[in-house]
Structure formats: structure tokens, C-alpha cells
Ligand binder design. Structure first.
Ligand SMILES: O=C1O[C@H](COP(=O)(O)O)[C@@H](O)[C@H](O)[C@H]1O
Length: 230
């Protein structure tokens, strides 16, 4: 695990954008494609804008495949649908083809949506182990990451990769999320975390690896933290 602390959020985001593009270039050169998992929420908007603007001509975006690590069970045109935010800030500006975009079909029930999403991703990976190249994550002030919230059914040690429908009681809503094992299979994982309100969670996660109380601590492997808590 490596932590990069910045004095400002734009600096953190610029550095992360550079990291993603370098990884994409290396993967594309090695195997001709790049499988990138996007994160939701508010934090990544500026990152997506920078990728779609400054890095528009840096890589061949036609061989990049996009996924979303978690989704809210709301219609796909709802402002809370993570995929909509990804489309508006990254996928549409880059004119990404539909066949390269893997989002959650929330017209299905949460359970069906999770199964359908997993089946489509598994097919993309030729029914073999799902190893994304790069997974972006955020973290909430309660230390949740993706939609692995403390105390929910997906927040457990499970050796098997999965995409699950999870009811988050404190939000009174359904989410569809990658589990920690699936995330941990990614070649690289990067958190983008900023804001004073997240400093306590960050400190707890760093000092308590693999603790269910702090779901982001379940994320292990080739993990990079891009942070600014000023
Ligand atoms: O609900 C969610 O929250 C986390 C953190 O979001 P942020 O706006 O505080 O950055 C996010 O990573 C996740 O994808 C999203 O569904």
C-alpha cells in the first residue's frame, strides 16, 4: 500500500489522472486493452473531467472498457445513478461506444441486477477469473467503500468474488456492489479521498487492516491512496 498526501485536491486528482493514464498505456501496449472500474459519488467528477479533457488524445480510448464498482438502485436517468455521473463527466465527452460500457441495469430487481451485471462482466472476461486492470474507489466518512457499508450483508470476509445486492438500512435503499474480494483481484486499486470529514475514517482504515468495522480496510493488494485532508 502506498499513500500520497497532497496539499490540495486538484494536485491529488492530477497525480491520480497521470497514474491511470500511465497504467492504461502499459496495459494497452501489453495486451491491447484496459479494463477500468469507475467509482461513484461526488469525489471523482473532477478526475473524470480531467481525463476526458487533458488526456483525450493521450491513449486510444476505443480499447478501454469501463465498469462501475457500485450502483444505487435508482433509474438510470436519476441524478443519484452513478453511471449517469460517469456518462456525463467521462463517457459522453470521450464518445465511448456503448459496447465498451458496463453499467448496472436498475430496471431489474436489485438481486436480478446484481446477477445480470456479474454475468455480463464474467462474459467479458471469457468466464474466467475477473481481474480488472485498475479499480478506482472512494471512501465515505463511515469508512464505506464501493457500497460495502459497515454492518451490511456484503461487509464480510468472503473468499469468493461476487457482485451483490445489498440493502443499506441507514440509507433505506438498495445498492449493487462489487465485494472486497472482487475489488482485490484488480491489478491496481486507487482510492481518491479528500475532505477533513474523512480524516478519522482514513486513520482508522490505515491502522486496522481487514476490520469489518472499517470496510475500506478490507481492500488489500496493490493499493494506492490519493488524499488531501487540508
Ligand atoms: O455512495 C457512494 O459513496 C462513496 C463515496 O462517495 P463520495 O461522494 O464521498 O466520494 C463512493 O465511492 C461510492 O461509489 C458511492 O456509491
Amino acid at each position: 500500500m502506498q499513500t500520497f498526501s497532497f496539499n490540495t485536491t486538484p494536485e491529488a486528482i492530477q497525480s491520480l489522472a497521470k497514474h491511470i493514464i500511465e497504467s492504461a498505456k502499459a496495459c494497452i501496449e501489453e495486451k491491447g486493452s484496459f479494463n477500468l472500474v469507475l467509482t461513484g459519488g461526488n469525489s471523482p467528477k473532477m478526475l473524470y473531467n480531467i481525463l476526458a479533457d487533458q488526456y483525450k488524445n493521450e491513449i486510444n480510448w476505443e480499447v478501454v472498457y469501463f465498469f462501475i464498482g457500485d450502483e444505487r438502485h435508482v433509474p438510470s436517468n436519476h441524478k443519484d445513478y452513478n453511471g449517469l455521473m460517469a456518462r456525463e463527466n467521462l463517457l459522453n465527452p470521450l464518445n465511448i461506444k456503448e459496447e465498451n460500457i458496463f453499467l448496472v441495469n436498475t430496471s431489474l430487481t436489485p438481486q436480478e441486477a446484481a446477477e445480470d451485471y456479474y454475468a455480463r462482466i464474467l462474459k467479458h472476461f471469457n468466464q474466467a477469473t475477473i481481474n480488472f486492470d485498475f479499480t478506482l474507489l472512494g471512501m465515505g466518512a463511515d469508512a464505506h467503500t464501493a457500497s460495502i457499508f459497515p454492518g451490511t450483508t456484503i461487509c464480510k470476509i468472503n473468499p469468493n468474488e461476487s457482485i451483490e445486492a445489498v440493502f443499506v438500512e441507514k440509507l433505506n435503499s438498495w445498492r449493487i456492489s462489487f465485494n472486497a474480494t472482487l475489488i482485490n483481484q484488480s491489478k491496481e486499486i486507487a482510492f481518491l479521498v479528500f475532505g477533513k470529514d474523512k480524516l478519522d475514517a482514513f486513520t482508522s482504515v490505515q491502522s486496522h487492516p481487514n476490520q469489518l468495522e472499517y470496510p475500506a480496510s478490507l481492500i488489500q493488494g496493490n493499493v494506492f491512496w490519493y488524499t488531501n485532508f487540508n
